[in-house]
Write a protein that binds this ligand. Structure first.
Ligand code: SF4
Length: 292
């Protein structure tokens, strides 16, 4: 039997893939906007337990070729533990082409490039990485645990090791009071750090997180959809990344869905934003269909 511990989260792109909980919870678990793992104590699951679940999953889905390692930051596992797990996955799924997981900057910083290369050689190919913002003051307010230069260092290490990165930025994270510096410094960070994919989400707080999130702000005025799209436009218009990036804003939280490659499709996506701003609500995803 698979011993899933709920709530269980995975990125939208992993919807059809095998999910294996290498850990329960998140080793950081302090970000003020995130309530995903607040009900769980961070636990490293023993290899024997995982081996049994891999056996069941590979029996049920012998042709599966992609595996997502949950929960919040499975890259926090010790190298030997993760390497053993990757070996078991390779042995069990003969068609395995991708192993992915959620990561934090701290996870990369704690490991050397050689150790990351070793994991890459073992099959670890993609990390989902929450940038959220490039502004140091906001990063401190949300208790992310790192500043923007540490984020750049972590992303550069991942790139050197050959591990692809899918990053997220949260629009509206600084409220109206910090909208300018949020986007200005996020642009700086993305323009300085290598990544393969980038997505934008819209800030959405669950009831239990609102008070904790707002406590670190003197004043916080949430952005409306119009202001969010202005942030989106500002971000896209000044991005000039060191390599091409596949961009998406197709999360359940987004008022406007966009997709393209940066910088090739930047002007087309900006036209789409301008058109949505001109039309207004009728051009956006109705609020009842959105979630975080
Ligand atoms: S590192 Fe990720 S999962 Fe952990 S608390 Fe922060 S946002 Fe949530």
């Amino acid at each position: 039997m698979i011993n899933y511990s709920f709530p269980l989260y995975r990125p939208p792109a992993e919807a059809d893939n095998i999910i294996l909980q290498a850990t329960f919870g998140c080793s950081h678990n302090r970000c003020t906007y995130c309530s995903m793992y607040k009900s769980k104590r961070f636990t490293i699951r023993p290899i024997e337990e995982l081996k049994e679940e891999i056996g069941i999953l590979s029996y049920r889905y012998p042709d599966a070729n992609k595996v997502f390692l949950a929960d919040g930051d499975a890259l926090s596992l010790f190298i030997e533990h993760l390497a053993k797990l990757l070996r078991l996955l390779k042995e069990a799924f003969s068609r395995l082409s991708r192993v992915s997981l959620y990561t934090t900057a701290q996870n990369f910083l704690e490991k050397s490039v050689d150790e990351l290369k070793f994991l890459r050689a073992g099959g670890l190919s993609l990390g989902y990485f929450g940038i959220e913002t490039g502004n140091d003051e906001l990063l401190e307010k949300i208790d992310k645990g790192v500043n923007s230069s540490k984020m750049i260092e972590a992303l550069t290490k991942a790139h050197e090791a050959g591990i692809k990165i899918s990053s997220t930025v949260i629009l509206g994270l600084g409220g109206l009071e910090h909208t300018h510096e949020h986007i200005r410094d996020t642009i700086k960070l993305i323009n300085a750090a290598p990544m393969t994919y980038l997505s934008t989400l819209q800030l959405g707080l669950e009831e239990g997180s609102v008070e904790r999130f707002r406590r670190s702000f003197n004043a916080f005025t949430p952005l409306n959809d119009h202001q969010i799209l202005q942030e989106q436009r500002h971000l896209l218009s000044e991005l000039n990344p060191p390599q091409k990036i596949i961009f998406r804003s197709n999360h359940a939280s987004n008022a406007l869905h966009l997709s393209g490659t940066l910088p090739k499709n930047t002007s087309r996506m900006i036209d789409e934003i301008n058109e949505a701003l001109r039309i207004g609500e009728g051009a956006m995803v109705p609020k009842r269909f959105r979630g975080f």
